[in-house]
Design a protein around this ligand. Structure first.
Ligand SMILES: NC(=O)c1ccc[n+]([C@@H]2O[C@H](COP(=O)([O-])OP(=O)(O)OC[C@H]3O[C@@H](n4cnc5c(N)ncnc54)[C@H](OP(=O)(O)O)[C@@H]3O)[C@@H](O)[C@H]2O)c1
Length: 231
C-alpha cells in the first residue's frame, strides 16, 4: 500500500466507530421505556456495552439491572458521553428538551432515531413533524447529529418477538444522510437481530414513517424492498 493510502486507511480506522468495523461498541440510550429497554437488551445480547439513561434515574437503573453485566445506567449527559452511538427513545415532544440538554454533546455523534410524532400526544410539534416527515424534523431539532432513522414503525413487542428469528429475518428499513452513520446503523440493525434494508435519505424515510403502507407489517428484506419500490 502506498504511504498516503496507508495513512488514509489508518486515519479512517481511527475515526470510525468500532461498530462500523464489526467490533463491540458503546451505546448510550436516552429514554429507558419500552423501546429503549428492548433495544438495549438486544444490543447487549449481541455483545455491545450499554448505558441507559432516563428522566427518571430509577427507570434507567432498573433497565440496566434487567440486562445484567453488559449494562450501566447514568444521567442523560453521562449516557451521551459514554456512547459512540446514541439511541434516543422518548416521546417525540421531549426531543426539544433533549436538544437543549445535550444537543451540543450530540454534534458529530451517530444518533439512532425511532421516535414517532403523534399529534395527540406531541401537540403542534408532532403535527408538523408528521406532515414534514419524522426524520428530517428530528434532524432539524438535533443539528449536527449524524442521524439514522430505524425501528420506528413496528411495535416493541413485535420487534422483541421477531428479533434473531431464523432466516429469513424480519426486515427493518433504515435511512441516513451521512454514509458513515448509515454503515453504523446497518450494523446495529443487524446486531439487534434484523435484516437491514437501506431505504435512502432521511427525507426518503417518510415512506416508512408510522402510518405508511409498510408500518406494522412484518416482512422479509425482499418483501420490504418491493413494498418500498427499492428494487
Ligand atoms: N412503543 C412502541 O412500540 C414504539 C415502537 C416504535 C417507535 N416508538 C417510538 O419510540 C419512542 C419511545 O417510545 P416508548 O414506547 O419506548 O415510550 P415509553 O415507554 O414511554 O418510554 C419513554 C421514556 O423516555 C423518558 N423520557 C421522557 N422525556 C425524557 C427526557 N427529556 N429525557 C430522558 N428521558 C425522557 C420517559 O420518562 P417519563 O415516563 O418520565 O416521561 C420514558 O421512561 C416514541 O417516540 C415512540 O413513538 C415506540
Amino acid at each position: 500500500m502506498k504511504r498516503r493510502a496507508f495513512l488514509f486507511a489508518m486515519t479512517a480506522a481511527a475515526v470510525m466507530p468500532a461498530l462500523a468495523q464489526g467490533k463491540p461498541t458503546k451505546i448510550g440510550i436516552i429514554g429507558s421505556g419500552r423501546i429503549g429497554s428492548t433495544f438495549g437488551t438486544l444490543w447487549a445480547k449481541a455483545g455491545h456495552e450499554i448505558m441507559f439513561s432516563d428522566r427518571d434515574a430509577d427507570v434507567a437503573k432498573k433497565a440496566a439491572e434487567a440486562v445484567g453485566t453488559k449494562a450501566l445506567s447514568g444521567s442523560v449527559e453521562q449516557a451521551v458521553a459514554f456512547g459512540d452511538v446514541v439511541f434516543i427513545a422518548v416521546p417525540y415532544g421531549a426531543l426539544p428538551a433533549i436538544a437543549q440538554q445535550v444537543g451540543s454533546q450530540l454534534k458529530g455523534k451517530v444518533v439512532i432515531d425511532p421516535n414517532n410524532p403523534v399529534p395527540a400526544r406531541d401537540g403542534e410539534l408532532g403535527a408538523q413533524a408528521k406532515e414534514k416527515g419524522a426524520a428530517i424534523s428530528t434532524a432539524a431539532i438535533l443539528p449536527g447529529a449524524k442521524l439514522v432513522r430505524a425501528f420506528n414503525s413496528w411495535g416493541y413487542q413485535t420487534m422483541a418477538r421477531e428479533a434473531n428469528r431464523p432466516a429469513p429475518r424480519m426486515a427493518i428499513p433504515i435511512a441516513a444522510d451521512d454514509p458513515g452513520a448509515l454503515k453504523v446503523g446497518i450494523q446495529l440493525v443487524s446486531d439487534a437481530g434484523f435484516d437491514p434494508v437501506p431505504a435512502g435519505s432521511l427525507a426518503a424515510s417518510k415512506a416508512f414513517d408510522l402510518g405508511s403502507s409498510v408500518s406494522g407489517k412484518v416482512m422479509t428484506a425482499d418483501e420490504m424492498r418491493k413494498a418500498l419500490s427499492l428494487n
